[in-house]
Design a protein around this ligand. Structure first.
Ligand code: FAD
Length: 436
């Protein structure tokens, strides 16, 4: 019997388990280990709470989770409760699917002022990640600056701009829902170092900004390239730029009844965050593009008022003892998913933080092909029996998939009207709910 441990229960972890089941049939035992008592990684804690249809992909993972040869081993942190070396001694293959949960830091003066948050923290706050539920973002000011021109920046702007009514069917957690009720936000400025042709925003997410009840996007027509140049863009990107052109053409009369402005500030690079004991503004340098479409500063600066700054500039994988790491790219050092004999990686831990949920699927299938080549029929390792003994000896309180299903039922039962669930945001509360 082949014994495989997958570390991380996000999309990459579950696609890997699905692929292993398909290839090895009943002749494999798969343990999916997660540091949290709840599965699915960024499906639960990253994907926006008002995008429930995207979160529905977890039903596919549930099918995998419920099959006889797959186990969820929740509340077990690799590197803390059990080491990589120990896992390599127990399993034929260990696959790191740990994602990239740490924010890349904005390396400018003032980035450590109170009121500056990374997107992992801010998104984690409104999605109820236990690590970030207590961050207490600054919502009593009028001006929020969001650094970045990708879909995560759009998610953050949209959640700040929506009315409670618009968030009604979302699973935004109670503390965020309540805090947004009294938020004083009037302007969300999205800073992008480059221009409209260099955004990493998809049409669906961008289009939503044009249909909000109380908020309206603003694009300066002067920032848009000549329209003929759009013909060279790939179709999705062309749609996104067309939306920016539509935003630039919104008449002032349409803005009159909107109380929140979402301002696209292109060719704008933050150089300093200023404030007396807390963030009060962002000093921005105007940029231009060089021949290789890279941004370069022009020397012209201006200051944008800011009561809160959210940086959406990417993520990195935290290193784990004993695993080679590529510091520049913030991911495990690997060759097509192979790290060292018997140790592999997939998803964001392998590629860095790029791609959608679906991008992780081919990763999972490809790594299982490598495992099949490398381990043959398996080497009679102890696998899960050995892991259970080790965790029991260490007094680790393991949460199973059945336990998670009880937690999920409790969350559904606690939901406010119209919402699919009210998530527990404290680990002890999750664990307590399994006993109910
Ligand atoms: C804010 C945000 C919004 C997004 N929205 C969308 C969207 O709308 N549509 C879309 O297609 N994609 C979206 N994505 C991208 C998508 O979420 C990722 O492609 C995907 O989640 C990456 O999968 P993963 O399995 O590599 O990592 P993750 O989903 O991060 O899963 C990693 C798992 O590993 C666990 N883990 C980490 N360290 C350890 C450890 N030491 N021991 C045990 N377990 C550990 C974590 O708890 C987690 O469960 C979004 C991403 C973000 C950040």
């Amino acid at each position: 019997m082949r014994q495989i441990a997958i570390i991380g229960s996000g999309p990459a972890g579950y696609y890997t388990a699905e692929a292993a089941q398909k290839l090895f049939g009943a002749d494999v035992a798969i343990d999916i280990i997660d540091r949290l008592p709840v599965p699915y990684g960024l499906i639960r804690f990253g994907v926006a709470p008002d995008h429930q249809s995207i979160k529905a992909v977890s039903r596919r993972y549930e099918k995998v989770a419920l099959s006889d040869n797959v186990r969820f081993v929740g509340n077990v942190s690799v590197g803390e409760h059990v080491s990589i070396e120990e896992l390599l001694g127990l399993y034929d293959a260990v696959v790191l699917a740990t994602g990239a949960p740490h924010d890349r830091t904005l390396d400018i003066d003032g980035a450590d002022l109170p009121g500056v948050f990374g997107s992992a923290a801010f998104v984690g706050w409104y999605n109820g990640h236990p690590d970030f539920a207590g961050i207490d973002p600054v919502l009593d000011g009028t001006d929020v600056v969001v650094v970045g021109n990708g879909n995560v920046a759009l998610d953050v702007a949209r959640i700040l701009a929506k009315t409670l009514d618009e968030l009604g069917e979302s699973d935004i957690v109670r503390h965020a829902y309540d805090a947004l009720e009294t938020a004083a936000t009037e302007r969300v400025t999205l800073l992008g170092r480059r221009g409209p042709h260099q955004i990493a925003m998809t049409p669906k997410e961008l289009g939503e900004l044009g249909r909000l009840e109380r908020a309206c996007p603003r694009v300066d027509p002067a920032d848009l390239p000549e329209e003929e140049a759009d013909a060279l863009l790939e179709p999705g990107m062309r749609k996104s730029v067309t939306l920016l052109r539509e935003f630039a053409a919104i008449p002032e009369s349409h803005r009159a009844d909107k109380c929140i402005e979402i301002d696209f500030d292109f060719f704008a690079s933050p150089v300093r965050i200023v404030g007396d004991g807390k963030v009060e503004g962002v000093v921005v340098e105007r940029t231009e593009l060089d021949a290789d479409m890279r941004s370069r500063g022009t020397g012209e600066t201006y200051t944008i008022p800011a009561s809160m700054v959210v940086t959406c500039i990417g993520y990195q994988t935290p290193p784990i003892d004993g695993v080679p790491y590529e510091h520049g790219r913030g991911r495990f050092a690997n060759e097509d998913g192979r790290i060292m004999p018997h140790l592999y990686c997939v998803g964001w831990a392998k590629r860095g933080p790029t791609g959608t949920i679906g991008t992780n699927r081919p990763d999972g299938y490809a790594v299982v092909d490598l495992i099949a080549e490398d381990i043959g029929e398996g080497q009679g390792r102890k696998g899960r029996v050995g892991l259970d003994a080790l965790l029991e000896a260490r007094g680790v309180d393991v949460v199973s998939f059945r336990d998670w299903q009880k937690i999920e039922q409790a969350e559904i039962g606690n939901a406010r009207e119209g919402s699919p669930r009210e998530k527990f945001v404290v680990i002890e509360d999750m664990i307590a709910a399994r006993g109910a």
